[in-house]
Ligand binder design. Structure first.
Ligand code: ATP
Ligand code: MG
Length: 334
């Protein structure tokens, strides 16, 4: 990259890559969540204010790159969010996607499968909600529930009516392989998969549950089922650790996001997503000489229609005036 602007973009990309590197699960590594990832960690940012600043610039970058992604129309991005209850999935989606064009985003949430969904293979309902090229898709819970809640509560597996014998660990190893293959297929075909696990501590979950009980406007967010799942905490930690070890791949790595501080989790989520978009580096399509000539022809026709006293091309006039003012080149012309 030769010009100054490109250098700045490179530096920015490098800083983001450095910031998210400790969150990445190295493909092939064996994860023990309780030892390897600290839910309270906020390395790289000293103060909340700095984190919020970083989140704001991440959100702005995201908006810019989403426009390019949509214009290029070649790649799609799928963000998979996994967390235990009260892990902050909803708030993360709200904050990280706050600046992007809603037309370019599709969010899908996954609950206990319906009878209709259970009459298909287990990945069917997830493929139905994949993003199109040019879109960012968000899975609020994802196909990973199939090796998490389904593993912790084997009755869900029984309801799936799989053929043959499906007991023991073999079924989970098979699912990891199937999921890795499916993600590889999607990646090869232009769909990048970003996987975030919001890693909450048991104590912070207790505090958040209490808040949901204490604050009347939050009561609706708490259910007895959440409390029941909490009693299975250790089983979930094991299921998460094994899933992270088996499904963090070079084409779709996992990022374990410390989730005890909401602002830090949101900053990390934005950073990982921006990192992916910078890596894709979508470009606005360039038009060829023939189409350029056609545009110039239309431009002249529109200029000829200018009413008396009006500039022939008000946009170009405003842009030129802006560029002449000190700092004007940075101002966007509307
Ligand atoms: P909220 O923040 O609103 O609580 P949520 O994602 O927890 O959001 P709920 O309706 O509370 O939504 O819970 C959905 C439940 O569905 C979760 O307990 C989840 O584990 C479960 N679920 C998701 N996918 C599957 C699946 N394939 N099989 C069985 N249960 C599933
Ligand atoms: Mg819930």
């Amino acid at each position: 990259m030769k010009d100054g602007r490109a250098h700045t973009a490179d530096d920015r990309a490098e800083r983001i890559a450095e910031f998210i590197a400790p969150l990445r699960v190295k493909p092939g590594s064996k994860v023990d969540l309780s030892k390897d990832f600290d839910p309270t960690h906020k390395k790289g940012i000293k103060k909340k204010k700095d984190g919020q600043e970083l989140l704001r610039s991440g959100v702005a970058l995201l908006a810019d790159y989403q426009r390019r992604l949509a214009a290029e129309g070649t790649h799609g991005v799928l963000l998979c969010l996994q967390a235990l209850d009260a892990g902050g999935k909803d708030g993360t989606i709200r904050h990280v996607m706050s600046g992007v064009n809603p037309q370019g985003v599709r969010v899908a949430g996954f609950k206990v499968p319906s009878a209709a969904e259970l009459s298909h293979d287990y990945l069917w309902r997830y493929s139905r909600d994949l993003p199109r090229r040019g879109e960012i898709g968000i899975f609020n819970r994802s196909h990973y529930e199939e090796v998490l809640v389904v593993r912790v509560h084997p009755e869900h597996l029984t309801r799936q009516r799989l053929p043959g014998k499906v007991e023991g660990k073999k079924i989970w190893r098979r699912r990891y392989r199937e999921i890795n293959d499916w993600e590889r297929y999607l990646t090869d075909n232009g769909f990048r998969i970003v996987k975030l696990f919001l890693n909450l501590s048991k104590e912070e979950q207790r505090v958040r549950f209490l808040k949901r009980i204490d604050v009347p406007e939050r009561n609706w967010k708490f259910s007895a089922a959440d409390a029941r799942e909490r009693t299975m905490w250790d089983d979930y930690q094991t299921a998460f650790s094994e899933m992270l070890s088996a499904t963090s791949t070079s084409w779709a790595p996992w990022y374990v996001v410390p989730a005890d501080r909401k602002w830090f989790a949101r900053t990390c989520a934005a950073a990982v997503l921006v990192h992916t978009l910078l890596d894709i580096d979508p470009q606005y399509p360039e038009i060829d000489d023939k189409n350029r000539a056609a545009l110039e022809l239309e431009k002249r026709k529109l200029e000829d229609e200018a009413p008396a006293g009006a500039a022939s091309d008000p946009y170009a006039a405003r842009a030129a005036a802006g560029a002449r003012r000190p700092g004007g080149e940075r101002r966007r012309v509307r």
